[in-house]
Ligand binder design. Structure first.
Ligand SMILES: [Zn+2]
Length: 413
């Protein structure tokens, strides 16, 4: 690292991460901290307490998005925002999203240590329900903030137990007063673990994320009829679960067929009715998604998926309705922010590579409102959405220092 540049306090960052790792601990090394759960409340309370201790003003919007602002010397200027999420998957890790929010906090703490004022404020954001593990879709808080989702729809969304987002927000005390989306940002920077193995394998500690893979989710409803598992002749059945089986296998084969150029397909969720012994299935719902870095190949994947669904319907003698779910990745991040990250990394003497994100991130939503870019840091073998997700502090600090110095440069613009 060159001299005369700011450096975060790595040990303090690690202790902060370790404190977070106590909240919602699951299977010894992981986290289960579902959005708007009691564990999420405990983590939010801890974050708010840390932010206030660091002198931040904390505001909360109607969807529980938390904005912790360190004031700038010119309050008329929009702040530089740094954000990510503190919720996790059901079998989640300790760093997905969390590292980004806590690096934002560490930026504020470092500036406090040095007594440094910035012209623009720095705002650390915790977005509600990025994971979509309890309430669908993912990136709910940021997408609603950006106006991609409607507030009323989001508040009425239920989890599998029938609890609405509005009820869950009330229950944990995070239904804030701020209207959605009425904040301006000078820029938005998000640091995140890569969740893929590229940086780890290459021994590179920083990914400058220039944009995302194209991603499309499809919601399938497979309709047959139900009947006796013994008595109904095989040829007469319209077994929705059999249709689902053909779809699941075919979708996976499509992913394998596109794997050489990094295509991805996944059936992520299945719901079957009546889902009981003694019967075959009347209705099955599937959620699938597919991703590709290249538009032409992405569109080819879509055609293959559509053809596979039609073939599965015919073979299983069922009807399949296809509705489009969430999509993202069309946004290329802002050249001015990408350039800032490049030049800052060069000034700091930090090696980096440029890359595209395969995963969804809150940054895609914010990118529709403010100049945005992302920093990736390595995670062990790319393992994520798994309790064994792991990072090394020494390989995370370069990205955190890049975030710090880039944010300060932008804040003093
Ligand atoms: Zn995440």
């Amino acid at each position: 690292m060159a001299t005369n540049v700011l450096e975060i306090d790595a040990q303090r960052l690690w202790q902060t991460l370790e404190r977070s790792a106590e909240i919602g601990r699951f299977r010894d090394v992981g986290l289960r901290r579902l959005a708007l759960s009691g564990e999420d409340r405990e983590m939010r309370d801890q974050f708010v307490a840390w932010a206030k201790d660091a002198g931040c003003t904390v505001e909360i919007d109607r969807l529980g998005n938390i904005f912790a602002r360190r004031a700038g010397s010119d309050p008329s200027l929009p702040p530089v925002a740094i954000g990510s999420h503190l919720d996790t998957q059901i079998c989640g890790g300790r760093y997905d999203g969390i590292l980004g929010v806590l690096c934002g906090l560490e930026v504020v703490r470092t500036l406090n240590d040095r007594g440094l004022a910035t012209k623009r404020g720095i705002e650390v954001i915790c977005w509600t329900n990025e994971e979509g593990a309890r309430f669908s879709p993912p990136m709910m808080g940021s997408m609603a903030f950006a106006g991609v989702l409607q507030e009323a729809d989001v508040l009425a969304t239920t989890d599998d137990a029938g609890v609405t987002v509005a009820e869950a927000l009330d229950a944990i005390g995070y239904a804030g007063p701020l209207p959605l989306g009425q904040r301006r940002f000078d820029s938005y920077l998000e640091l995140h673990i890569e969740q893929a193995p590229v940086l780890d394998r290459e021994g590179c500690d920083i990914g400058i994320v220039v944009g995302g893979y194209r991603t499309q989710a499809l919601k399938l409803t497979i309709r047959g009829d139900t009947g006796h598992a013994g008595g109904t002749p095989m040829a007469q059945r319209k077994n929705a679960l059999v249709g689902a089986g053909y779809v699941i296998a075919a979708v996976n084969d499509i992913g394998l067929a596109y794997a050489a150029d990094e295509g991805r397909t996944t059936t992520t969720r299945i719901e079957s009715f009546p889902n009981l012994p003694g019967t075959y299935a009347e209705e099955v719902r599937l959620t699938i998604d597919f991703r590709h870095i290249e538009l032409a190949r992405f569109e080819a994947m879509r055609r293959d998926v559509d053809a596979a669904i039609a073939a599965a319907a015919k073979k299983a003698n069922v009807e399949i309705d296809v509705a489009e779910g969430w999509s993202w990745g069309t946004e290329l991040f802002a050249p001015e922010c990408i350039d800032l990250l490049r030049t800052t990394a060069q000034e700091l003497g930090l090696p980096y590579r440029e890359m595209r994100s395969q995963a969804g991130h809150d940054a895609y939503a914010v990118a529709t409102m403010a100049p945005t870019a992302m920093i990736f840091t390595p995670c062990h073998e790319g393992i994520s959405h798994n309790v064994n997700e792991n990072i090394e502090l020494v390989r995370s600090v370069p990205g955190a220092n890049l975030l710090l110095n880039a944010a300060v440069a932008r804040a003093n613009r």
